[in-house]
Design a protein around this ligand. Sequence first.
Ligand code: GTP
Ligand code: SPV
Ligand code: MN
Length: 586
Amino acid sequence: MTANKNVRDWVEQMVKLCKPKNIHWCDGSEEERLRLTSEALQTGELELLDQHKLPGCVLHRTNPNDVARTEQLTFICTSKKEDAGPTNNWMHPRDAYFKLSAIFDGCMHNRTMYVVPFIMGMPNSAFSKVGIELTDSIYVVLNMRIMTRMGTAAMNELGNSSNFTRGLHSKADLDINRRFICHFPEDNTIWSVGSGYGGNVLLGKKCLALRIASYLGRKENWMAEHMLIVGIENPAGETRYIAAAFPSACGKTNLAMLIPPKALSQYKVWTVGDDIAWMRIGPDGRLWAINSEAGFFGVVPGTNSRTNPNAMATIKRNTIYTNVVKRQDETVWWEGHDDPAPEKAIDWQGREWSPAGKEKGAHPNSRFTAPASQCPCISPKWEDPKGVPISAIIFGGRRARVAPLVYQSFNWQHGVFVGATMASETTAAAAGQVGVVRRDPMAMLPFCGYHIGDYFKHWLDMGKRIPKPPKIFNVNWFRTGADGKFLWPGYGDNLRALLWILQRCEGKGDAVETPIGYVPSEKALDMNGLDIRPETMKELLNIDKTAWLEETAGQKKFLDTIGDRLPQEMTQEWKGLNQRLESMGL
Ligand code: GTP
Ligand code: SPV
Ligand code: MN
């Protein structure tokens, strides 16, 4: 219980609706973690892993119909439909409350309601926001405990204030026909029902830290973005910070934790965050960013000691594994693990599995939840309440063709256009078809809590307000050759592109001006120790006129859907790009 009457009154109201058997106010203590874990082990909600090899680690399997974010069931409920814009599903708040109340009514009968206070950001920071999530899932409580500053610290931060995000979640009966993730930005409220999967139910993450926060950021002149934050320390000991927006499962966690290739081992890389950046203008006129989370909810498949050794070290203890393979020795495995596939094991659905069959053992969107503090390369500044100053912003996605390895925009406005028109092949992080190219502006398509045209306008306005704005770039690690294989080695070698980006921020680094922006000249990237054919590099940096004209046609189609809230600057940039492409030789 709490002395805060605003909290008490609201909890009481929600209790009346959900009718739980018990109410538990979470304090975030170790004792509480042990107690809840042991309860979940008894009911089978969690399974214990080998505590010698994986101390503090548990396994959870979600319902097979509930393995990724469900964008089609996610709604922005503003009183005016136009305010949600063309890229969001919309419901009138009155209709949404009515519809979901019927599902929430009595849904916690015979269950415990956990009251989970949490801070997005760190205590005593101008960036931070407090939320409270009411949930009937121990899995959610234990995840929130890793992903946020949860419990007493959050109640202390809130004090007697009524300024907190009101989150209500119930698994209800996990029926996909009664599953809704509804956001009420005007009421600072989130209602999520019928799911037990990460992004749908850890309400601090995508729901608060992106959808609600993006709405608040526009009102309060700051930015909430789907971005990693990484620091690069040069041999002189100076660290510069980069924020990068890539769509879901497109490499943020990996880039945030990269290990320099041998030839560049004089550089150090520091992780500040891997998914969400909140950015504000600092007193020195630069843009400053914090990671609003306290843990990583990362993609498991493909993670191994070659691609991401830092993640491998991070997830050795105190980690919740979701939807991976359980081996006979009670350790975990997944496609792309260091070890060969186990001959006999239990798959993500809890069935006997062997690699001889066609099916994957781990779900392609299986995830780990681990404390950020366990990451070997966690930045000494990651919990600094002031944040870190951002030198460069990077946009990027999965493009087999068209987009070159790296390029720089001409200026802020052009950079906003580059972000606004970016596209990427879809991944398993959201339910639906995988591998289809779709526009995903600033990697925020599923996460922008208001009209996307207003969001572009907010970006343009921020550019005018920031006295020393970061430079804006685009990258693509996913170009493929005729054989369908990636042309670029990726992972640690991505540092080569980051170093060029930082050089450009200091007015150095060689570049050629092309219709799409500045592309590194032939010798500009540090290729020391990387064996890659000159023809391959040429292809990676090539701007193909025909392909780009096709691309701008795709951009136009998307921009046309935005309607009259599309800032005219975007149309102007689109025209400029086309003119430059038309006058380019073949
Ligand atoms: P969310 O948590 O969904 O927001 O995703 P994320 O952007 O953090 O994605 P993550 O870093 O987990 O990468 C997802 C997938 O992309 C994994 O399977 C990685 O192995 C793969 N990947 C990451 N970086 C690279 C790269 O540089 N090259 C290639 N080819 N694949 C990469
Ligand atoms: C994403 O899909 O971008 C994620 C995972 O980071 S989830 O939290 O499920 O949204
Ligand atoms: Mn994400």
